[in-house]
Design a protein. Structure first.
Length: 135
């Protein structure tokens, strides 16, 4: 069993292994919320999925730059998810073909919604608060 001191060191140093495990868990929960929406309320299937999507990008930023400050990572993630949301307003044939693919649709989304910004921000804020608390 892992000692408490060793676990604290892993969390403090933002181990890429720990971040990757967190990312896999977030993606698994997010996919579950989207792929079986009939079993969940709208808040869980849509809004929680969007919040987890924002959290996923926060974790991706941390994976890419584990020494970055928490709030810089949050801002970088926010810029990424907001840019992707605005990209939904672009409807060229080639991007619509990408969005028609299941993976492309999950990554890029299909419909622009102002409310998504709130969910994304909530997920990123949750990640940032969790990161600050852990460190």
């Amino acid at each position: 069993m892992l000692s408490s001191a060793w676990m604290k060191r892993i969390v403090k140093s933002r181990s890429r292994v720990t971040l990757a495990i967190g990312l896999v868990v977030v993606v698994a929960i997010g996919l579950t919320s989207r792929l079986v929406p009939g079993h969940f309320t709208r808040i869980i299937s849509k809004d929680l999925g969007d919040a987890l999507w924002g959290l996923m990008f926060f974790l991706i930023v941390l994976l890419g730059r584990p020494r970055i400050g928490t709030w810089k990572a949050a801002i970088a993630a926010m810029v990424l998810v907001f840019a992707i949301e605005f990209f939904k307003l672009y409807h060229a044939a080639w991007i619509e073909n990408v969005r028609a693919n299941a993976v492309g649709g999950l990554l890029l989304g299909r419909v622009f919604l102002w409310g998504n910004f709130v969910s994304y921000a909530a997920g990123i804020l949750l990640g940032a608060v969790g990161d600050r608390f852990a460190r």
